[in-house]
Design a protein around this ligand. Sequence first.
Ligand code: SAM
Ligand code: SF4
Length: 329
Amino acid sequence: MNRVDYLRISLIERCNFRCQYCMPEGAELDYVLRQELLTHEEIIILLKEVFIPLGFSKFRLTGGEPLLRPGIVDLVQDIASLSATEDLSMTTNGFLLSTFAEDLYKAGLKRINISLDSLNPETFKTIVGHKKADIWHKTWGGIQTAYEVGFNPLKLNIVVIPGVNESEIEDLAELSINKNWHIRFIEFMPIGNAELFSDRTWVPSEEIREKIKQKWGLIESNIKGNGPADVFKIPGAKGTLGFISQMSECFCDRCNRMRLSADGWLRPCLLNETGQINLKNLLRNNATTIDIKEKVAHLLALKPEINYKERESGNDTGIYNRTMSQIGG
Ligand code: SAM
Ligand code: SF4
């Protein structure tokens, strides 16, 4: 059985973008109220007294958009300074990175993943559902700042959408040639966006690899991350190319993670809600952290069965109602 030592912590459900695949137009999103969010102190108590004693040592901060969380730099600093923290990373849309990158780096954030689905400012605006003219340039500026302050390597996440950014696969892959950037292509998932999900709304990783191979050739890379990506590189390139194929491949048996939502739900599997428990409610109803730890340990023991639940029931192309921004992607 895979060791589960990686917790993805969503800090906020809200976002300053509204990406087509994450918050589809017209979708009614009930944001949690500020008082329903796990507080800074609650997050630290849960890490210190529940997750770390259970063997968790790798933490990723996500959302919604984690840089919208008030006090984000202090929170990074407090998590980074826990002696058991082996790895602390963040997934962000990059829009506010020019402001935050240096402080985050100094506070102890080690790694950063930035979502950048297009190099074309107009396509980018369409994907992220934003009308502002300079949105792409501000995001691109944030990426450069992050690289300059020391996030090296940095990772760029790309969700490939047919007919929208599919034609940019080679241009995006090319970013890995001259800089030590890890470009990761993610298959689009039918999470909270059922109406977008028709016959061909995702492009298989194999097809993406083939396009890149035709242009430059592709070799397997010996640099592997913590996650489910299959890693390759263009011969001679400084960076790598990762492929996350959750639609065309089942990697549930490699799953090493749990997800904690901004309002305290601990979820063992991205694709189903079986077994999830609300740790914030437990804390606020005076459960001791010893009790909470027991409950989480129990859920960890059930995780291998829960992982396969949806896939085995034939529901792996089914409809999942909560969006990635609500679950904490
Ligand atoms: N706002 C941050 C960002 O965009 O990087 C962090 C949260 S976002 C939910 C985390 C990741 O989930 C992003 O890389 C995004 O592209 C990915 N994502 C969101 N919805 C998705 C979907 N339906 N299928 C595949 N990836 C998705
Ligand atoms: Fe916001 Fe990230 Fe979702 Fe885009 S993918 S809407 S940036 S949370």
